[in-house]
Design a protein around this ligand. Structure first.
Ligand code: B12
Ligand code: SF4
Ligand code: SF4
Length: 297
């Protein structure tokens, strides 16, 4: 269920066991960093495509890594000879599992780690250390009978509560699957999403408690003009989006996502752009544009 994210399949047996990654680990410290900017979701606009909230600030990895390294330095000052290792997203650590046991929150039915105090629009970073620290209390779950996230997922990516089929998730197609076409069966469900997807968090009642984060400032707007995106060249894309999360997915995938969002908007003003791309030498872009033109017609 992890599509082309090969790193998820590498040594899967190691992922829950932090001692295989850092053998000296005795305790794990987990931090949550809100990235909510306090604004509400934008109103639908057929001229624009949406970005998930976590993509609005600059790439979060260096910022959080630096903060965790600061915390590790503090630990080493207090525990002479102490050792530790930080993790932010890319290490083989099941961050939500450890965050749950550390008492940061519970795993919601949408698989997001969720807190009664700040909702789920936060990122996780942490460190494993070699001392036995006082344990946090796992938070009891507070989803109750609610199923809003399961019902709202536009691509039906939850086979059951707390299980996500990543190979059906819009975040997977728009961010991770940077090559090839978006499979036809999932295209309509993509709606306006260009990078990531927030549907299963936007509908969650606990997210009315989201707090404005103090670590991140948005650099990108929450929606982008589809025509302007399609007009980018690989060079102008580089210039405009270097240092942003969108850079990771690359020009071709972002334009593919924009052409798909144009089709889903059913707005005939996109026809000239789609006609131009229908004749593009890249077969993925040409096929996506032709599909979107059929939807508009
Ligand atoms: C690969 C990945 C993805 C993939 C696959 C997601 C998946 N199936 O796990 C894709 C690209 C789809 C993805 C999407 C998103 N991701 Co992502 N992703 C990751 C990554 C790198 C690895 C996750 C992983 O190993 N998954 C495998 C499954 C088995 O583990 P898990 O879901 O993390 O944890 C499960 C177990 O602990 C278990 N579990 C624990 N307790 C319990 C209790 C019970 C009763 C049960 C049944 C299960 C259970 O269920 C947990 C939830 O599924 C993590 C960072 C990391 N290193 O952990 C970020 C991470 C999970 N992603 C994150 C984010 C922000 C997102 C998006 C919101 C981005 C967006 N807006 O588009 C979406 C959310 C989609 C969703 N509903 O989960 C954050 C989540 C923060 C949070 N508050 O939970 C993380 C932690 C990154 C970070 N450092 O902050 N992501
Ligand atoms: S992020 Fe979007 S596509 Fe993925 S599980 Fe949530 S609602 Fe479904
Ligand atoms: S929408 Fe409801 S079921 Fe889903 S995570 Fe939020 S509270 Fe839990």
């Amino acid at each position: 269920m992890h599509g082309v994210m090969g790193y998820m399949a590498r040594a899967p047996q190691d992922r829950p066991f932090i001692t295989r990654w850092f053998p000296a680990a005795r305790s794990v410290v987990v931090c949550a960093f809100s990235y909510h900017d306090g604004s509400s979701a934008p109103a639908p606009d057929p001229a624009r495509g949406r970005l998930a909230r976590y993509a609005l600030p600059p790439d979060y990895h260096p910022e959080l890594k630096a903060r965790m390294k600061g915390l590790l330095a503090w630990y080493k000052e207090r525990v002479p000879g102490g050792r530790g290792k930080v993790f932010v997203d890319t290490s083989p650590v099941l961050e939500r599992l450890y965050a749950r046991y550390a008492g940061v929150g519970w795993v919601g039915k949408n698989t997001m780690l969720l807190s009664r105090d700040i909702g789920s629009f936060f990122l996780i970073a942490g460190m494993a250390v070699d001392a036995e620290l006082d344990l946090g209390e796992p938070v009891p779950e507070h989803c109750g009978t609610c199923t809003r996230c399961l019902d709202a997922c536009p691509t039906d990516a939850f086979p059951s509560p707390r299980v996500l089929d990543a190979s059906k998730c819009i975040a997977y197609f728009t961010v991770e699957q940077s090559q090839g076409p978006v499979p036809q069966a999932f295209r309509a469900g993509h709606g306006p999403w260009l990078f990531g997807c927030d549907v299963c968090q936007d509908v969650c009642p606990w997210n009315k408690f989201s707090v404005r984060g103090r670590v991140f400032e948005p650099r990108l707007p929450d929606s982008l003009d589809l025509g302007e995106l399609a007009a980018l060249t690989p060079e102008s894309f580089e210039e405009r989006y270097r240092g942003t999360p969108l850079h990771r997915t690359g020009w071709a995938a972002l334009v593919r996502n924009a052409l798909l969002a144009m089709g889903n908007s059913k707005d005939p003003r996109h026809r000239p752009t789609l006609e131009r791309y229908a004749a593009h030498p890249d077969p993925v872009l040409a096929e996506q544009a032709a599909w979107s033109l059929r939807l508009i017609d």
